[in-house]
Design a protein around this ligand. Sequence first.
Ligand SMILES: [Cu+2]
Length: 156
Amino acid sequence: MNVSGLRMGLALAALLAAAWMNGAAAKSPAPAKACAAQVRDGWVRLPPMQMPMMAGFGRIENRCATPAIIVGVKSAAFADVSLHETRIVDGVSKMRALPELRIAPDGAAVLKPGGMHLMLMQPHAPLKEGSRVAIEFELKDGGSLLGEFEVRKAAP
Ligand SMILES: [Cu+2]
């Protein structure tokens, strides 16, 4: 390689480096800190006697610019967890499973007695009043939210 060839090579390398840096700069600067919905005031209602099912309540707040879409719920403390909705049909209270729960930007989902709730099936060990159980919400985008639920006999 002669001197002019070397110069050209260096110039080309500089151009490529500049193009690469411009390309990198053109993308969003530093990735913004991921915004996530939050589970608040979670509690599990302890049934008056040993039962294979119980209900969980609380608030899921989404203070992000995009919707939070919950597509599944699980907990190591229970054999099965699902999202339920209680509705009065012809004067009779009925429950149905919700396959998906969408929380709008700046919105919140409220899980409360008589409304939406977590259906918690077959605890692996008896729950003690005052203890806490972790419940994980799976999001459509692949992420998850972890909530802590206090075991109580009555609403806080
Ligand atoms: Cu239910």
